[in-house]
Write a protein that binds this ligand. Structure first.
Ligand SMILES: *[C@@H]1O[C@H](CO)[C@@H](O)[C@H](O)[C@H]1NC(C)=O
Ligand SMILES: *[C@@H]1O[C@H](CO)[C@@H](O)[C@H](O)[C@H]1NC(C)=O
Ligand SMILES: *[C@@H]1O[C@H](CO)[C@@H](O)[C@H](O)[C@H]1NC(C)=O
Length: 400
């Protein structure tokens, strides 16, 4: 054998060892098979979650009022149907049978009663636990070691969605801890949307599709531009791996919480929509402002998020502070976002060959924030002037 074939054999053997050890480890954690088959999340989930606005200051009255508000504002009709309780809903101690106990001071009627109420409004109830010994607040237990019992409790209460956090764990990998809850949820027989929240620690996009309906790709969002835009960037890396039934999750919405300008919130909502991210409102919907409603209740933008193809848009071109994000929609349409991340207004052009439209195609453009179809037809490119920390979002429809 010459030097090259020796090297070839060595490389081949290394590959063999690597692939068999990977196969062994995925078999051990059960990730070879699709553990989760609940039929949920064929489009990204939509609803509300308590954390971004209320943190631990939650109680059953506020949750019920929020459910009422989702209905009275008409947000439910637009698809916002999950009412999700985050951390701090339970007592620190389990009962004498080891079950989770709703916090008496704040949820005296219990979670079953709350689920019945929320269901009576045509909505769904979500809850929160943690793949560790305590949740992140440390004010209640996590489900590590109690997965089957807790999943059964949630199913008996009528829970429809579980957000599963990653704090205070035992140091084992998420690929070991999360599938245990997946199996437990499947065993209950109740379809419960399973939202993995391991913060992107172990590239959950690579294995999350077999374990959950969505997976956080990032650490927690904060209500400011830098935090928001960097979550979108980190989440974009995994665009190829999102699909109906399993979505990348750059964290919940901050729209309406006051830390960004209206334009910045429009960028936030646009990026989440094109990224096929879960649309979980994070403000106080009981007194939602007209301005916030104009953003989160934009039907055309919601329709992009809920497009049946379920293909996540990508950053297709970067020109300093200017970026083009684009993705396919059904009926050969393309959604394009012209994003200005810089401090000054400027002109941004998207070229057909960057966004997946045949070069000679003539295209009609719908501005989904202005709710206007532009008069001109476009060939080869579309250009717009975009303010600082703002975007233009168009749906492009080839007409010839
Ligand atoms: C729950 O709180 C109520 C009112 O504060 C109290 O009367 C009741 O004894 C408490 N129940 C439990 C089980 O602690
Ligand atoms: C929002 O509404 C709740 C209850 O309806 C109220 O207690 C609270 O003060 C309101 N907050 C603001 C900022 O208006
Ligand atoms: C856009 O396309 C037109 C032809 O339709 C061309 O004349 C123009 O130079 C292009 N603009 C840019 C900025 O590429």
């Amino acid at each position: 054998m010459d030097r090259f074939s020796v090297a070839g054999v060595v490389v081949f053997c290394l590959l063999l060892i690597l692939s068999s050890s990977l196969a062994a480890s995925t078999t051990k954690t059960g990730l070879r098979r699709n553990l989760l088959a609940n039929g949920l999340g064929m489009t990204p989930p939509m609803g509300w979650n308590s954390w971004n606005h209320f943190g631990c200051q939650i109680d059953e009255k506020m949750i019920k009022e929020t459910a009422d508000a989702l209905v009275s504002t008409g947000l439910d009709k637009l698809g916002y149907t999950y009412v999700n309780i985050d951390d701090c809903w339970a007592e620190i101690a389990r009962d004498d049978k080891g079950r989770l106990v709703p916090k008496n001071a704040t949820f005296p009627s219990g979670i079953k009663a709350l689920a019945d109420y929320v269901h009576s409004k045509g909505l769904k109830l979500g809850i929160y636990s943690d793949a560790g010994y305590f949740t992140c607040s440390k004010k209640m237990p996590g489900s590590l070691g109690h997965e089957e019992q807790d999943a059964m409790t949630f199913a008996l209460w009528g829970i429809d969605y579980l957000k599963y956090d990653n704090c205070n764990n035992d140091g084992t990998k998420p690929t070991v801890r999360y599938p245990v809850m997946t199996r437990a949820l499947m065993k209950t027989g109740r379809p419960i949307f399973f939202s993995l929240c391991e913060w992107g620690d172990l590239h959950p996009a690579l294995w999350g599709g077999k374990v959950g309906n969505s997976w956080r790709t990032t650490n927690d969002i904060a209500d400011n531009w830098e935090s928001m835009i960097s979550r979108a960037d980190m989440n974009e890396v995994y665009a190829e791996l999102a699909r109906p039934g399993g979505w990348n999750d750059p964290d919940m919405l901050e729209v309406g919480n006051g830390g960004m300008t209206k334009d910045e919130y429009i960028v936030h909502f646009s990026l989440w929509a094109i990224s096929k991210a879960p649309l979980l409102i994070g403000c106080d919907v009981r007194n939602i402002t007209k301005e916030t409603m104009e953003i989160v209740a934009n039907k055309e933008v919601i329709a992009v998020n809920q497009d049946p193809l379920g293909l996540q848009a990508k950053k297709v071109r970067m020109m300093g502070d200017y970026e083009i994000w684009a993705g396919p929609l059904k009926d050969y349409r393309v959604v394009v976002l012209l994003l200005n991340r810089g401090p000054w207004r400027g002109s941004i052009t998207a070229n057909w060959d960057d966004i997946g439209i045949p070069p000679q195609s003539s295209v009609q453009a719908r501005d989904v924030w202005k709710h206007k179809t532009l008069k001109a037809q476009f060939v080869g490119n579309i250009t717009a002037t975009v303010d600082s920390h703002a975007c233009k979002m168009y749906i492009l429809k080839p007409i010839s």
